[in-house]
Structures are given as C-alpha cells and as structure tokens.
Design a protein around this ligand. Structure first.
Ligand SMILES: [Zn+2]
Ligand SMILES: [Zn+2]
Length: 379
C-alpha cells in the first residue's frame, strides 16, 4: 500500500498541528504507557471493562448515529436515541455530527475524485488519517446538511461539542477511576487507549474498506466488501454495498453479516426507539448484480477468439434479455403489491403472481449464470 504523492497544484490547506500530533502520537503514547502503568500500579478488572464498554459506545455512536442516522438518514430515531447517539458520537472525538456528516456526504457525492475529503485514490494514509491533518476550507462548508441545521438536538451538540467531548472523554473516565482508586489508569484505559482504538476503527472505513475486498455490487468507485473489515469497523465493512445503496440502514445485507449497528437499529425499532428503517428492495439489488455480471461477460467476450465470439455474444444477449424481462416484471408485481398493501386490498392472486414472477426471474438468472461454466476460456 503505497501513498501516492499529491499533484503539485493540489492545495490541501495548512497543517493543523494539534490534529497531526495527537493522531500521530496517541497510538504510540498509549502503547508505551499501558504496560508501564500495569507494571507500576497493577491492573483492575474495571479498567478493562470500562475501556471495552466505552469503546463499543463510541464506535456505535459513529456507525449508528453519525453515519447511518445523521449523514444518510437511513432511519429515524426518537429524541432519546438521537441524544444518546450524539453523546456517543462526541465520545469518539471525531468532531460534531454536523461537521462529520457534511464531510461524509461529500465523500459519497465525489467518491475518489476532487472534493472527496478522504479520496482513497490518494493512497492508504491519506484516506486513513492524513486528510485530517490539514485545515481545508471545505471543512467549514455545511451547505449540504440543511436538514441537520434544522435539527435542534444536532445544533445543540455542535455548539457544545467540546464541552460534551471533555465530559465523556475526560470527566467520565476520571470519575470512574476515582471510584476504584485508579484515576490515572482509567484516563489511560477508558480515555486515551479507547479513543485510539475507536479512531483507528473509523479510519479503516475510509482506507481499508476502499482497498481490501470484493466489488459484487458496483465498480463505479474503489469501495469494497470485506468481512474482515466488517470486524474491524463495527460492521461497516460491506462498503461496496453501502456505496451502492447508501440509503439502506444495513451495511451487511445478510443476517449473518457482522453488522452490530444494523442489529442495534433493528432492536431499537422493536423497542419503539427507531422507525422508518430503509431497505433496498430485492429487485433493485438484483439489478446491480445483473449489471456486474453483464460487465463480466463483456470482459470475457472481448478476450475469447473471434470465431466463437459472435455465437457467444448472441447466447449471452438472449439470456440477458430474459433476465431483464423477468426482473422488470418482478419489480412491477412488487410495486402492485405495495400499492395493494397501502390500500388494504392484497388478494391471493396478487400474492401468487408476485411469487411466480420471482420464481421466473430466478430461473432466468440461473440460466444466465450457467453460461459462465461453459463459456470458452480467454485465448
Ligand atoms: Zn467510502
Ligand atoms: Zn456512508
């Protein structure tokens, strides 16, 4: 993973020394002080428990709150949910929700291009944290978050961000530490070291999740799906899916995909704390998979010998049309079904036609995919 040099004419803005020194040195300071503390002052179970709990709290504050709720509005949260998300987000020490969301929306709008604050094409370290070292004019541009500027709770958190961050990152660990007679230990474990872990987990979303993994949904940008990244980033590792369907409240689509934020939002829904969870409909997901498979066939066709190319072009095109036709029909039937649900008029025959159209699509898809097995290998 090399770090490509920025073009000469690129103005990243002046260096922010507080950000640069803190982010560069904090991992080393924490790694050096923890063994020293344990050696001289001994351990206490509460140090580890508080650090772990606050790590989960702050990590989920970013994924559940800053990312999926405020930046993408992929679901709605009750005032209590939003308040807790804002406190948890502030404990991750990554700026206020409004500033974080504005940068993240720019990342989605300009992914891999000028205007993307953490453009992964500039290399691992830029996307990981070097972008935070610079004072960029665009960081103050909040024109893309009018909805958040109208949310009084979000505005309150922005106004008092540093006070809240100090209370949760210094006051809380200090208070807990005094209770167990380890004030410095708790500041080190539940404060500094925990912040380092939370920072690195979030930073990996912008760096590793654009480098490591596969692209089953789209090749339009560098985002990747990777179960390893999911474990490192509180479930944000299915990043290719996320960039393709950013309004979906899930990152890990399947139930077994590691995505604690998805499980928490879903549980919140059953407790009446979250609502209007947005999901991408199955035919829309399949449409993307269909486009990716078509691209793969086009690549393969361009590599096989010309004598067999024409025959295979026709076979693929006829299977492709079948998939397209059946996918469109399934989408139409689902739309009819949703309309009928709204009107309270779901009939047995409509349900049957939805099932049949889905089955017909699956059959056509299988035949389309089967061509890959028998297709001649590239010359
Ligand atoms: Zn991304
Ligand atoms: Zn996002």
């Amino acid at each position: 993973m090399t770090d490509h040099a920025a073009p000469r004419d690129r103005d990243d803005g002046p260096i922010l020394w507080v950000n640069t020194l803190f982010l560069s040195l904090s991992p080393f300071v924490a790694a050096a002080l923890i063994p020293l503390y344990l050696w001289y002052s001994g351990s206490h179970w509460a140090l580890w428990a508080a650090a772990f709990t606050l790590w989960i709290f702050s990590g989920l504050g970013i994924t559940i709150g800053y990312h999926r709720l405020f930046a993408h509005r992929s679901y709605e949260g009750s005032p209590l949910w939003r308040f807790l998300s804002l406190i948890a987000g502030a404990s991750a020490l990554q700026n206020s929700a409004i500033v974080w969301a504005a940068a993240h929306r720019r990342h989605h709008q300009h992914t891999d291009h000028e205007g993307d604050p953490y453009d992964a094409t500039r290399g691992f370290w830029w996307a990981h944290m070097k972008w935070i070292f610079h004072d960029n004019d665009r960081a103050d541009d909040l024109s893309n978050v009018p909805d958040l500027k109208a949310d009084s709770l979000v505005v309150w958190q922005d106004k008092w961000y540093w006070a809240i961050a100090l209370v949760v990152n210094v006051g809380l660990p200090l208070g807990l530490g005094l209770l167990i007679g380890h004030p410095w230990g708790m500041l080190l474990f539940a404060g500094l070291a925990r912040i380092v872990f939370t920072h690195q987990a979030t930073f990996c979303i912008n760096s590793l999740c654009h480098i490591l993994g596969t692209q089953p949904w789209s090749k339009n940008n560098t985002s990747k799906d990777s179960w390893i990244c999911a474990y490192l980033t509180f479930g944000e590792g299915y990043h290719n899916f996320h960039h393709t369907f950013p309004a979906d409240y899930r990152n890990g689509l399947r139930w077994y995909h590691f995505d604690p934020a998805k499980w928490a939002i879903w549980t919140g829904n059953h407790l009446g704390l979250t609502s209007n969870l947005k999901r991408t409909e199955a035919p829309i997901q399949w449409r993307k998979k269909f486009e990716r498979q078509t691209e793969r066939y086009e690549t393969s066709l361009s590599q096989i010998v010309p004598e067999t190319n024409e025959d295979w072009s026709q076979r693929i095109e006829s299977a492709r049309l079948q998939v397209d036709k059946n996918l469109t029909r399934w989408s139409q039937k689902l739309r009819e079904y949703h309309r009928a649900c709204r009107d309270g008029q779901v009939s047995a025959s409509l349900l049957r036609s939805v099932r049949l159209s889905r089955r017909a699509f699956r059959r056509a898809w299988k035949q389309f995919l089967a061509l890959e097995q028998t297709m001649p290998q590239p010359a």
